[in-house]
Design a protein around this ligand. Structure first.
Ligand SMILES: [Zn+2]
Ligand SMILES: [Zn+2]
Length: 172
């Protein structure tokens, strides 16, 4: 029986027959040509070719993807590194900015608190001072005051503080 290859239409001897897993048969030459292409499928049924039978030996195919070459791996590695570096740079900018903002907030808070405490201290100082002043004024000698109205002259004793306060000589 003579086998006719359906790819090259040539009659081929039995020992050159190559059987695929799907049992479709072609000549060894045509299978070799198919395997050189990127489309490693049976021309009849389109299933992927993973092995074939040739001269009673089974041959399994190991297909190396072109992007698995060392060069490409090296390129991928350097691309990943540059992406990582860019991310690192972005994060370091972000971190620096955050730290600066934190420092700014802290200093702002510190100076605000400092000013606030200063104001409070000043108020307390004023209060103490005024209180002392008030005590001093209250304990000060009294004035002899003569109050005139239209009918009478009234004589009384007023503290200096009261006198000044009542007659608005100065505002405390
Ligand atoms: Zn052929
Ligand atoms: Zn097939």
């Amino acid at each position: 029986m003579i086998f006719n290859c359906s790819i090259c239409f040539e009659d081929i001897p039995d020992q050159e027959i190559c059987s695929l897993e799907c049992n479709h048969q072609f000549c060894k030459n045509c299978i070799d040509n198919i395997l050189k292409t990127n489309n490693k499928k049976c021309p009849n049924c389109r299933i992927d070719i993973y092995s074939y039978l040739y001269q009673n030996e089974k041959y399994n195919l190991i297909i190396l993807q072109p992007n698995n070459t060392l060069n490409n791996l090296h390129q991928t590695r350097s691309e990943l590194l540059s992406i990582a570096n860019r991310k690192l740079l972005k994060y370091s900018y972000f971190t620096t900015f955050s730290l600066l903002y934190l420092l700014y907030s802290y200093l702002n808070l510190y100076f605000n608190s400092y000013n606030h405490i200063n104001t409070l201290n000043q108020t307390l100082d004023n209060c103490n001072h005024n209180y002392t002043q008030i005590l001093h004024l209250l304990n000060d000698e009294s004035y002899n005051v003569i109050i005139y109205d239209y009918e009478h002259n009234t004589k009384c004793m007023l503290s200096e503080y009261s006198y000044d306060k009542c007659f608005n000589l100065f505002n405390i």
